[in-house]
Write a protein that binds this ligand. Structure first.
Ligand code: PEP
Ligand code: MG
Length: 574
């Protein structure tokens, strides 16, 4: 039966392929019968998985002791240790395997169901909420049983569209190695890191489809239209032909754009514009060079830290940063220090924040883990001896964070000097404007910084109080909200008054809908996903900066929201 589903298109393009369903929820486990003679081995497999989670928790204890982690964190570890060791979880599933000859995952999931039902009957609200802890512990054991990330690759030799309920940024990174032609998910927001990564894979992607994982069956033929946010399931011949044609036209348009790849980016009235690229992993540099970008304006370094049991060592990080800077052959590389926390969690980090986006994230996370931060700073500084590196600090909200970061950079430099290791002593230090408080503090921050970069994805999230990962509020995520545009324009003007270079590296920088508006606000540096660069360049080449600046100041003066929207349309027609 053919039908259509609508979601939010987060990465453009058209893909035609067969559905490949994955279950991210570790709890959706398979059930199979184990031969009688293998029952003891199955029990041993369960015991080994429990023992490995015990070691994981123990390692976290040791780490907590050295990093002076909070008492809450230790209490949290205690609780997970207790749940894991409780016979209802460690012993009963063994009995289930023995009695029913089922696989270990199934036995564990069955026992968890029983426990959760018992929790539902508890009157005490605090104890009832511990259900989530039981689920987390069971998920850990299941992951150990299944082997992280528990993913079955798509069949080779055909176009596959990955269909999932939800994907974490770490999942998307791990899919880089598989030949997929599109992603569709039930959940997710337009500027979530999952969506950004899908864009970086250059694959058409749609999120917030709600029931895709339930309604689409393995192997169904799908058309994914990432621009319109539409998935067509089992389309008829006529529609299929129409989309094949559209796919070809798009390919031809992209090829035509390659003609301006090496042309310098400047407006009709001669204003030079810097167009740089965003990357997530060192291998992305290939795409950057193909796009004609003049540098890397944002290297989201935290992706080196995901999907692994141990943190990357200083040497491993140094090699990765050096590889990027060498391959950029003298062009600047802006390495953002770790933006962990929020929706990007490293394996083994059991901290559960009540509100991750407002919690220990980015520079806050790094300052709470000074040893990890120092290791990264030393690695970046060492790589700075091999090319033009800039250090960019995410999510700053006050001067104290900046001072502490500068102190740690000073400490990293001193230790490298003592060890006679080379680095660029004048490596520029920049800050990301992602929180309204930071946008309104640029004058104060200017003395501590050499450059700024506006992270519009988070600036919008924090200005409008909208979780960027939550599709139930994604209709409220509005880059054109007057409050957002005032903050962006104010940041550009304040930076220019303070003599600081400023760029935009959020998704707004790569969306042609906003190019002229940003030029009108006086923005001269953009950093975006490499695939967006040529369409933005094409628009820059056709724009007149002084005309746009006049229109933009008119826009900023109006308090009438309708007039505001009319002027935005005018800016884009200019
Ligand atoms: C942003 O917030 O706009 C940004 C560039 O950082 P990230 O998307 O990685 O949070
Ligand atoms: Mg951000």
């Amino acid at each position: 039966m053919s039908f259509t589903m609508h979601g939010i298109g987060v990465s453009g393009g058209i893909a035609i392929g067969h559905a490949h369903l994955i279950s991210h929820a570790a709890l959706e486990v398979a059930h199979y019968i184990v031969p009688k003679k293998k029952v003891q081995a199955e029990i041993a497999r369960l015991d080994a998985a429990i023992a490995s989670v015990q070691r994981e928790l123990q390692a976290l204890y040791s780490a907590a002791a050295t990093t002076r982690a909070s008492a809450e964190f230790e209490a949290f570890l205690d609780l997970h240790q207790m749940i894991l060791n409780d016979p209802t979880l460690s012993k009963t599933p063994r009995k289930i395997i023995e009695e029913t000859q089922c696989n270990a995952e199934w036995a564990l999931a069955q026992q968890m169901e029983v426990l959760l039902e018992q929790f539902d009957e508890i009157e005490d609200a605090y104890l009832r909420e511990r259900k989530a802890d039981v689920t987390q512990v069971v998920e850990r054991v299941l992951k150990a049983l299944l082997g992280h990330p528990g993913y079955v690759p798509p069949p080779a030799g055909r176009d596959s569209v990955l269909v999932a309920h939800d994907l974490s940024p770490a999942d998307v990174i791990s899919f880089k190695q598989y030949p997929l032609s599109a992603f569709v998910t039930d959940l997710g927001g337009a500027t979530s890191h999952t969506a950004i990564l899908a864009r970086s894979l250059n694959l058409p992607s749609i999120v917030a489809l709600h029931h895709a994982r339930t309604l689409i069956r393995e192997n169904d033929l799908l058309i994914v239209d990432g621009d319109a946010g539409v998935v067509m399931i089992e389309p008829d011949e006529q529609i299929l032909d129409e989309y094949k044609l559209r796919q070809n036209v798009r390919r031809l348009d992209q090829q035509k754009l390659l003609r301006i790849r090496t042309a310098p980016a400047a407006t009709l009235d001669g204003v030079k514009i810097e167009l740089q690229a965003n990357i997530e992993l060192p291998d992305d540099v290939e795409q950057v060079r193909a796009s004609g970008a003049t540098g890397i304006g944002l290297f989201r370094s935290e992706f080196l830290f995901l999907n692994r049991d141990e943190l990357p060592s200083e040497d491993e990080q140094f090699e990765a940063y050096r590889k990027v800077v060498r391959e950029m052959k003298g062009q600047p590389v802006t390495i953002r220090t770790l933006d962990l926390g929020g929706d990007k969690r490293i394996d083994g980090d059991l901290r559960v924040a009540p509100n991750p986006a407002l919690g220990l994230r980015a520079v806050r996370y790094c300052l709470a883990e000074p040893q990890m931060f120092l290791t990264q700073l030393r690695a970046i500084l060492r790589a700075s001896a091999f090319g033009k590196i800039r250090i960019l600090v995410p999510m700053i909200s006050n001067l104290a964070e900046l001072r502490q970061t500068r102190n740690l950079i000073g400490e990293a430099k001193r230790s490298l000097t003592t060890e006679k290791k080379r680095f660029d002593d004048s490596v520029p230090i920049g800050g990301m404007i992602e929180i309204p408080a930071a946008a309104l503090s640029i004058e104060a921050f200017a003395k501590q910084l050499d450059f700024l970069s506006i992270g519009t994805n988070d600036l919008i999230q924090y200005t409008l109080a909208i979780d960027r990962t939550d599709d139930s509020v994604s209709h409220l995520y509005d880059p054109l909200h007057p409050a957002v545009l005032h903050l962006v324009a104010h940041s550009i003007h304040a930076a220019s008054r303070a003599g600081l270079p400023i760029s935009v590296c959020g998704e707004m920088a790569g969306d042609v809908l906003f190019t002229r508006l940003l030029l009108g606000f006086g923005l001269r540096e953009f950093s975006m996903h490499p695939a967006d660069l040529l369409p933005v360049k094409q628009l820059v080449l056709k724009s007149n900066a002084s005309k746009l600046s006049r229109l933009a100041s008119k826009l900023l003066k109006t308090s009438d929201h309708e007039k505001f929207s009319e002027l935005i349309v005018k800016v884009n027609m200019e």
